[in-house]
Design a protein around this ligand. Structure first.
Ligand code: CAO
Length: 546
C-alpha cells in the first residue's frame, strides 16, 4: 500500500480554473482514468481523470477552489509497485481538451466585400467533435468573442467564439455536425474591416492577450477516453455547456435537478429558464424546498403552529407489524396532502335519477355482448362531464398565479383502485369519443393500472376527474381535487328509492353524486348549477347532444 498524490495534469492554457464538480469522495474506490473533478473556465469545462487506480484517502480540493497544472486533487491509496507517484501520468494528458474557447478564430475572407467566413480555430486535440449547441442564427448581429457554437468531446465541451463582429448571413453547421480546426462555422456580413484582416491575426480586443492558441499537449492521445463515470454519491452528472452552467449558477439553480431536453439529455438554457419559471409559479419544487415542505409532516415534522405528529410505541398496546408504503401510495399521498391543505375544498352532494340510463346501459350490453365491450356507467359519467364542462368552462380550468387557464380540450381522469394504491388514468379528448370507445379505453387503462403498466403520458393532462365507488358501495363522500384541476365528481352506489312523481311514489334508480370544487375558482352557485345540469343529463341522456 502506498499513497499517491494525484495532480492536475498539463491542461493547456487552463490556469486558476474553478472546480465546479467533485465526482469522488473519501472511501471511494476508483479506476485509473476515472473522472475526479470538473474544472471550468469562462468558456470551457473539462473533467480531470485519475492517473492511478486506488482508494480515495483524502480530497485536497473543494467546490469553488481554483486549480492549475500541478495542483493536488487528492491522496490515493494504491496497491503494489504501481503505487509510486508519477510525475506526468501517461494517461492524464489524454483528458486534456486543448483550447480555451477564447482562442482567436481564424477566419477566411470571402469574395463578397464585407463578408467573412468564421472558421473553427486551433482547438488542440479536439478533432471531429460534435456541435452540440448553436447560439446564433441568420440575421443575428454578433460581437467579437461572442460564442457561436459549443463543441463536445468525450470529456470536455467548449464554446467557440467569433473572431469578428457582424451579422450572421449563413450558418455552415447544424447540431450534430462534426467539426475540426478550419471547419467553417458561419458567414458574417458587414464585418467591419473583417474581410481585409489577415486571417490569423489575433482579434484586437483586451481579451486578445490571453486569446492565444493554447499549448497543445504534445503527447498523442494514447487511448480512447473511458466513458464518463458519474460519482456514485451524486448520481448522474448534469450534462450542460459552460455557459449554461454559469447561467444556472448565477440564478442559484441546482443543475442536477433540471431535466435536459437537448440531445442525450443535455441541459439547455431554455431548460434552466423553464425550471426557474416552474419554481416561481409553484409548479416545481427544488429538493431543498421539498425537504421543508409540509408534506413531510407524516414523517415526523410539523407544520408551523401545529402540534407535531404523535410518536406512539404501538407495540406497547398489542402486537403490530410494520410494512413500507408502496411507491404509488407515497407519491399519491404527498399529492393528496398538498391538495387537501392548499385548496379550499367544498363538496356539493346531489342525486341523479338514472333509471332510464341504466336500462339503456343494460340494453346496450345485451346488444354488444359478443363484441367484448362492457358498457359502463362510468363511460356515461365521463360523457356527461364533458357536456357540463362545456356549459361551465370555469370547471375546465387551472389556476396559474393570478390567472385562470381555461382549457379548450376535454381530457377526463378516473380514479382507479389498484393493489398498489390509487392512480388516475386519463381519457384524452373524451368529447370526440363515443360511449363504446370510452368504455373500451377505460377497461384497457384500468387493466394497465392494476398491472402497474400505466405510463406517465396516460396519467397526465387531465381537466376534470371522476372518482367512482359505485362498484363498491357507500352513499356520499368528499373526493379530494386532483390539482391542478379545480373540481372532481365523486360517485357512489346507485339504489332504488321511492320518488314522488306528483301523484305517487314510484321506484327510481338514484345515483348519489358528490362534487368537490376549488372555492378560489368556483363559487357555490356555479357548483349547484353544474350539479343540476349533470343530474339533468343523466336523467335524460339525449341532452348530451344539445
Ligand atoms: N352504482 C351501482 N353499481 C355500479 C355503479 C354504481 N354507481 N358503478 C358500477 N357499478 C357496478 C357495475 O355495473 C358492475 O356490476 P356488474 O359486475 O354486475 O356488471 C360492478 O359495479 C363493478 O363495476 P366496476 O367498478 O368494475 O367498473 P366501473 O366501470 O364502475 O369502475 C374503476 C372501474 C376502474 C373506476 C373501478 O374498478 C375502481 O377502481 N373504482 C375505485 C375508484 C376509487 O378508488 N375511488 C376512490 C378515490 S379516492 O380514494
Amino acid at each position: 500500500m502506498a499513497v499517491v498524490e494525484v495532480k492536475v495534469p498539463d491542461i493547456g492554457d487552463f490556469k486558476d480554473v474553478a472546480v465546479i464538480e467533485v465526482l469522488v469522495k473519501p472511501g471511494d474506490t476508483i479506476k485509473a482514468e476515472q473522472s475526479l473533478i470538473t474544472v471550468e473556465s469562462d468558456k470551457a469545462s473539462m473533467e480531470i481523470p485519475s492517473s492511478h487506480a486506488g482508494g480515495v484517502r483524502e480530497l485536497k480540493v473543494a467546490l469553488g477552489d481554483t486549480v492549475s497544472e500541478g495542483s493536488v486533487v487528492l491522496l490515493l491509496e494504491t496497491q503494489g509497485a504501481a503505487a509510486a507517484p508519477r510525475e506526468a501520468p501517461a494517461a492524464v494528458p489524454a483528458a486534456v481538451p486543448a483550447a480555451p474557447a477564447s482562442a482567436p478564430v481564424v477566419s477566411a475572407p470571402t469574395p463578397a466585400a464585407g463578408r467573412v467566413e468564421v472558421l473553427v480555430p486551433d482547438i488542440g486535440d479536439f478533432r471531429d467533435v460534435a456541435v452540440i449547441e448553436i447560439f446564433v442564427k441568420p440575421g443575428d448581429a454578433i460581437q467579437v468573442e461572442q460564442s457561436l457554437i459549443t463543441v463536445e468531446s468525450d470529456k470536455a465541451s467548449m464554446e467557440i467564439p467569433s473572431s469578428h463582429a457582424g451579422v450572421v448571413k449563413e450558418l455552415k453547421v447544424k447540431l450534430g455536425d462534426k467539426v475540426s480546426q478550419g471547419s467553417p462555422i458561419a458567414v458574417l456580413e458587414g464585418a467591419a474591416g473583417a474581410a481585409t484582416a489577415p486571417p490569423a491575426a489575433p482579434v484586437a480586443t483586451p481579451a486578445a492577450a490571453e486569446a492565444q492558441p493554447p499549448a497543445v499537449p504534445s503527447a498523442p492521445v494514447p487511448a480512447p477516453m473511458p466513458p464518463h463515470q458519474p460519482a456514485a454519491a451524486k448520481g448522474t452528472l448534469p450534462h450542460a455547456s459552460p455557459s449554461v452552467r454559469k447561467f444556472a449558477r448565477e440564478l442559484g439553480v441546482p443543475l442536477d435537478e433540471v431535466t435536459g431536453s437537448g440531445s442525450k439529455g443535455r441541459i439547455t438554457q431554455e431548460d434552466v429558464q423553464r425550471f426557474v419559471k416552474g419554481v416561481m409559479s409553484g409548479a416545481t419544487q427544488t429538493e431543498a424546498q421539498k425537504a421543508k415542505a409540509p408534506t413531510q409532516v407524516a414523517a415526523g415534522g410539523a407544520l408551523p403552529g401545529l402540534l407535531p405528529w404523535p410518536q406512539v410505541d404501538y407495540a406497547k398496546f398489542g402486537e403490530v407489524e410494520r410494512t413500507d408504503l408502496s411507491r404509488i401510495k407515497k407519491i399519491s399521498g404527498a399529492n393528496l396532502h398538498r391538495n387537501w391543505v392548499m385548496i379550499p375544498h367544498v363538496t356539493n352532494h346531489d342525486d341523479a335519477d338514472i333509471t332510464e340510463l341504466e336500462a339503456f346501459r343494460v340494453q346496450l350490453n345485451k346488444e354488444y355482448d359478443k363484441s367484448g365491450i362492457k358498457v359502463t356507467m362510468l363511460a356515461f359519467l365521463i360523457k356527461a362531464s364533458v357536456a357540463a364542462l362545456k356549459r361551465f368552462p370555469e370547471f375546465n380550468a387551472s389556476l396559474d398565479g393570478d390567472q385562470l387557464v381555461l382549457k379548450k380540450y376535454f381530457h377526463i381522469g378516473f380514479a382507479a383502485d389498484t393493489p398498489n394504491g390509487l392512480v388516475v388514468p386519463v381519457i384524452k379528448d373524451a368529447d370526440k369519443k363515443g360511449i363504446l370507445a370510452i368504455s373500451l379505453e377505460m377497461s384497457e387503462l384500468a387493466k394497465k393500472a392494476r398491472e402497474g403498466k400505466l405510463g406517465p403520458a396516460e396519467m397526465t393532462g387531465g381537466c376534470f376527474s371522476i372518482s367512482s365507488l359505485g362498484g363498491i358501495g357507500g352513499r356520499y363522500f368528499t373526493p379530494i381535487i386532483n390539482a391542478p384541476e379545480v373540481a372532481i365528481m365523486g360517485v357512489c352506489r346507485s339504489s332504488t328509492e321511492p320518488r314522488w312523481d306528483g301523484k305517487q311514489f314510484t321506484p327510481r334508480l338514484i345515483l348519489p353524486l358528490s362534487l368537490s370544487w376549488d372555492h378560489r375558482v368556483i363559487d357555490g352557485a356555479a357548483a349547484a348549477r353544474f350539479n343540476a345540469y349533470f343530474v339533468q343529463i343523466l336523467a335524460d341522456f339525449r341532452r348530451v347532444m344539445l
